[in-house]
Design a protein around this ligand. Sequence first.
Ligand SMILES: [Zn+2]
Length: 141
Amino acid sequence: MNDSGGFELVPLTDEQVEKQRQALLEKRERVLQAVRAAEQNQDPDELRVADEMDLSSVGYDQAFEFRLRDRDATLLKKIDKALRRIESNEYNFCEECEGVIGSARLSARPEANLCIDCKEKQEHTEKMYEKRRQRMTSFEM
Ligand SMILES: [Zn+2]
């Protein structure tokens, strides 16, 4: 019966959501390690401070975030948001249209917070802004 529709989106089961939570926590750890490794190469003093902070408190994450490169910081924010969405049982649902995001998309991108339709719309809008920015820059030149 179900395979006639084809495009019906299936929410994750509780068990699958728990797996996603583990995947997100691992991903978060990997990003933090990569950032730490990068800092180690750049500035040993910074790293020593970071290590002390690591042991000391929960506030460490926030302090650490200050030094993250933008891309990593953005990814970490997305991961944290996804973890909060799991806590509040919103994980399966799109933030924009509240539709089901779908197990396939969430499995591929555990930090996704939009369904594919809303994501494509968002990317489209971003591209338009970018084009406009580029046009404006070329006018200035
Ligand atoms: Zn949506």
